[in-house]
Ligand binder design. Structure first.
Ligand SMILES: [Zn+2]
Length: 357
């Protein structure tokens, strides 16, 4: 039977069903980083237009930006911005007729208090609304020892489970940096760029009995877009990890682990397809949608330079109000995100596969 879920924000058991559904039907959902209502609305519009469900996520910097640059970029802004963005999605996603998964992105040790504060807030939210604020939070302690990483992941997963939530952890280092979290490519030992199957098994043994979690695995993926040839994607690392767990724990499932592909921008389609075959259900895309927004606005400015300098055209005396209205040029940025995401839904195979009813 095909899966059907009510449109709106998906979490808990329904989220896990959706993840399984993606994996068994060999497609993945894009997880798009957002920074404001323009990007959130563009993501929901793109999902609705393409008949796909979608993952909407905020980095700590994106959350602070959402709260507004007039607020000091501190703990309060990171918390309140994320809460505000999540509430926006809770209110609107169902009207777009899509299932949306709400996520936060990389939290290293310094940002763990941000995640704890979001879970605290989630308890209050659940008291009033009966549902958690987010579907899942990400913890990124990949720079620490496996033991420290799993200890903290266990503590946070226990907290998340109380709210019917999941977590995402990171094993192995994703190259590049995202909002101050991560490492410069040339400073890390190459082997650490690739997740080790025994580490994935250790996380399975430690966490699977507690609740649902996914793993951001490193198989040569990098945040940002660099010149071709800089990185070698090796999706077979994911296959090896799945096989290792399957055999070690005698599991019948093909791909027991739920993998996440970070640094998806600019990746070859064949590597994306392989990664999906080996259990990836979520691919993060940030850099390419940032560029799409800039490109859309940039073209508009190129075509209408006078509207960004004068209220009345100095030669034609045409009033330019209709052209400098922010709704005009911000919309061009939104349209451009929508087109870029159409490509993502295509490449990830999620087009027309929405489970929203
Ligand atoms: Zn990432």
């Amino acid at each position: 039977m095909t899966l059907q879920l009510p449109s709106g924000v998906v979490f808990g058991e329904e989220y896990q069903k959706l993840v399984k559904h993606c994996k068994s039907n060999r497609f993945a959902l894009p997880a798009v980083n957002v920074v404001g209502t323009n990007s959130i609305n563009a993501v929901m519009e793109a999902a609705a237009k393409n008949g796909s469900d979608v993952i909407i996520q905020l980095s700590n910097g994106g959350a602070a930006y959402y709260a507004g640059q007039g607020l000091e970029d501190g703990d309060a802004a990171k918390l309140l911005g994320a809460v505000s963005a999540a509430q926006h999605v809770h209110l609107l996603a169902k009207h777009y007729g899509i299932c949306a998964i709400l996520h936060t992105d990389h939290a290293n040790r310094k940002l763990v208090p941000w995640v704890d504060a979001l879970i605290d807030y989630g308890h209050d939210y659940k008291k009033t609304h009966g549902v958690p604020l987010f579907s899942s939070h990400m913890l990124d302690l990949s720079e620490e020892s496996l033991e420290d990483n799993l200890n903290e992941s266990e503590r946070l997963l226990k907290r998340a489970v109380e709210l019917d939530m999941s977590i995402e952890i990171e094993l192995g280092i994703t190259g590049g940096e995202e909002d101050g979290v991560g490492s410069e490519l040339d400073t890390i030992d190459n082997s650490r760029l690739y997740t080790q199957p025994e580490d994935v098994l250790a996380s399975y043994d430690r966490l699977s009995g507690i609740g649902h979690f996914s793993v951001a695995a490193s198989f040569g993926n990098v945040h940002g877009v660099y010149k071709p040839g800089n990185v070698q994607l090796r999706p077979e690392i994911l296959r090896e990890s799945q096989k290792h767990i399957r055999e070690a724990r005698n599991l019948s499932e093909d791909n027991p682990m739920d993998f996440v592909f970070h640094g998806g921008s600019g990746s070859e389609v064949s590597a994306i397809k392989d990664a999906i075959d080996f259990g990836v259900f979520k691919m993060n895309i940030d850099t390419d949608t940032q560029f799409a927004f800039a490109k859309g606005v940039g073209s508009y400015v190129d075509e209408n330079p006078a509207a960004f300098k004068y209220q009345i055209h100095p030669e034609t005396e045409e009033p330019l109000k209709k052209k400098y209205d922010p709704r005009k040029w911000l919309r061009e940025g939104e349209n451009s995100i929508v087109s870029r995401l159409e490509q993502a839904f295509d490449e990830l195979g999620s087009k027309g596969k929405s489970v929203a009813s």
